[in-house]
Design a protein around this ligand. Structure first.
Ligand SMILES: [Mg+2]
Length: 215
């Protein structure tokens, strides 16, 4: 396998699982939905779970089922000062700098949130590009079309040239199915078809696979 590119999910993959920023993001989504669709705060969590399971992201469900303006939703829910939650990760930066492959962020969030988080982590300049939810709309991870668009956008010939990192099991399984070398990072539940599993993103450097890339 000749690996040329690495694709990284953002939230809870590059920074540790359970960070408060994800909770705050969820609360802002709940508030937006509750106001816009007139759903009580008690019901909104279950409603979001349903959209997430059916469409892969809350955003896609809101657009497809309820005609919500995607930009309005993304702007409102991601309007968070992430610097209060996310700190630089110098060890991760050192590892990324040692790997001379193309590196991309592939996220179901928007690029403004991704940019803020990457800057908070002090790794923004380690990446060759960001593929966000608007780039692949109306698809999103874990749909095959979203992965295909990400490959096309980055000029990547084949998934078999790529490693994909994500915490979310469905995304990991979909990537594996498409031929990526799929690595689950942390995660609430385990993916069924992960090629590898690591607890923290920094652990990638210890995988046998990485020995040949590291400078
Ligand atoms: Mg994630």
């Amino acid at each position: 396998m000749k690996i040329k590119s690495l694709f990284f999910d953002l939230d809870e993959t590059l920074y540790p699982f359970g960070n408060q920023v994800v909770y705050v993001l969820g609360e802002r989504m709940n508030h937006f939905i509750s106001e816009k669709l007139n759903i009580s705060q008690n019901e909104v969590r279950g409603f979001r779970d349903h959209l997430y399971r059916t469409y892969g992201t809350t955003a896609k469900g809101l657009v497809v089922e309820y005609g919500v303006d995607l930009i309005d939703f993304l702007k409102y829910s991601h309007d968070i000062d992430t610097s209060g939650y996310i700190s630089p990760m110098p060890e991760l930066r050192k590892i990324l700098d040692q790997i001379p492959l193309r590196k991309y962020i592939f996220t179901n969030a928007d690029r403004f949130h991704a940019t803020r988080v990457l800057k908070n982590l002090s790794i923004f300049d380690c990446f060759d590009g960001i593929i966000d939810v608007l780039d692949v709309f109306p698809d999103c991870k874990p749909s095959t079309k979203a992965f295909e668009k990400a490959l096309w956008m980055t000029g990547t010939q084949s998934a078999s040239e790529c490693i994909f990192f994500d915490d979310y099991p469905q995304n990991v399984d979909a990537a594996h199915e498409m031929g990526f070398y799929a690595i689950q990072v942390g995660g609430r539940t385990s993916a069924n078809f992960a090629d590898s599993h690591i607890d923290r993103i920094e652990d990638m450097i210890h995988l046998e696979l990485f020995k040949e890339f590291v400078l």
